[in-house]
Ligand binder design. Structure first.
Ligand SMILES: [Zn+2]
Length: 99
């Protein structure tokens, strides 16, 4: 990947509500990555997270303000998904459509 890549992360609850932007995932050419709006609409993995909280030890936890959806995606898998989107040139990911 030669350029920085950004993809908007949205939720539509599979088309049930208007698209809500949760965050923006960013992948840099040097392999580093990040996301915007931490803790508003998602929580990054935290190794000292308490069990039973809405924060994952190894997972990103997304929270949609428009529906009860709270998808969790394991961090390694998350960035694999982002890399696949980047390779496909996609600019948006509807998280409610993730398997
Ligand atoms: Zn939603």
């Amino acid at each position: 990947m030669a350029e920085e890549y950004r993809v908007g992360i949205v939720c539509t609850d599979k088309g049930q509500h208007p698209r809500v932007r949760l965050t923006m995932a960013r992948r840099e050419p040097d392999g580093s990555h990040g996301m915007t709006y931490a803790f508003r609409n998602f929580a990054p993995p935290m190794s000292d997270a308490e069990p039973q909280t809405a924060v994952g030890r190894n997972s990103y936890v997304f929270r949609c303000p428009s529906c009860p959806r709270m998808p969790q995606v394991e961090a390694t898998r998350w960035w694999e998904i982002i890399d696949r989107l980047a390779a496909a040139g996609l600019k948006e990911l509807d998280i409610s459509l993730l398997p």
